[in-house]
Design a protein around this ligand. Sequence first.
Ligand code: SF4
Length: 467
Amino acid sequence: MGEKVKFPSMELIKKYDKRGSFYTDYPALGLWEQGFSDKQYREALNELVESGENLPIFFYLHFPYCPKQCFYCMCFSEITASHEKINEFLDNLGKEIDMLKDFFYKKGYKPLFKKVHLGGGSPSMMNEEEFKIMQNHLKKIIDFDKVEEYAIEVDPRHTSPEKMIFYHKMGIDRISLGVQEFDLEVQKAINRVQPVETIEKIMTPEIRKYFKSFNFDIIYGLPRQTRESFRKTMENVIRLSPDRLGVCILGWRPDIFKHQKLIYQEELPSLEESNLMNFDAVQMLTDAGYERIGIDHFAKPTENLAVTKKQGKLHRSAMGYNPGDYIEMVGLGHSGMNRILNYYFQREYSLEKYYAALNEGKFPIFRGYKLSKDQEIRRDIMEKIICYDKVDFKEIEEKYGVNFKEYFKIDLGALKELIEDGIVKVYENHLEITPIGTFFHRHVCAAFDELLRRGSGYKHARDTADL
Ligand code: SF4
């Protein structure tokens, strides 16, 4: 049995139950500006080249299609069964990779891609031939001998043991499975029926030995889910023993995601019940020997995420926790996110606009943001809060040449109520989230959100995307 986890009271949960940013990016995507284009993207890449450092980069590919709509989905994907469309996407991916390659190689720069993640959408929708075409495009710019993690998101409904062995032969070493829930009634309510056997058949000991890590994505707060059904799901999860897990609450925004209207409010568990599900998951996973990583992830102590956390190399982005020093991110595919030095960029949502920009020889940028020095410091502080539950004032002072207590006087003052509520403690040289505070990371980050204080407010990424 693991240690008894300390949970906050429901009163406290209710008090802080307000919509807001999770601070996986700062400023949040909803605040990025639409005036950014190919021009600024090239300037940012140029700054990366001229920084003189061969910084490790996270390469993300957003595959645009899924064969069926899950009702809870908050990703950006188009539903289709058309392999013609997949091939059209792959042709355009080739064009974009060639543009990137030309850009870097003309400057004599070899980007150091250390992590490759294939997400989406459902990249496992690609058949073997399509996958090979995709990978040959990536090889034009990525030296796979230097890649430390090569991961793919796999939909268990469209994967066979043979396909898993194929992924292994292609060099993939990490698999992320969209599991969500095992209860059949819940699966029906979210339009994603996948009996536990679909997972068992691709996680046999024989297949597992081909991969360093299996990740499960789990969601609580789903329609028809009860505390009891979720406990059973977690028992099955623990029995299947993934190496890493993300356990997240359902983000229900039917005003933004039209398909979420097919999730009926009356079938959703209450705030209280959803939180109890989360508490159960935290306790069960801790008892089973998993380490809690930040806001919503868990890993076995020997898994890379837990190991790099101990080494101080853990980072967080909108793509999740990154086990390594890959802070810069190049994201291709529609809606792909990019973080380059003090810039953010997001690629076009619309495939039509995406392909049109590529045909004009331009990077398809939808929006972006250039952080000020002040915002870079704040982003760093927030990342330390959500990765390590702690901010060392001296570390920030040495890195940025500021006097922490003077520079962040207003921010430290804004922590008053959180301190009174036992969520955070401020000491002479550091601040630390308490055990119950680990359920309120974003509220602590919000105290350092200068944009929020100035009235920019929180905007969902899609609230500000005129699609
Ligand atoms: S498979 Fe993933 S991306 Fe596709 S609809 Fe379902 S949740 Fe969304």
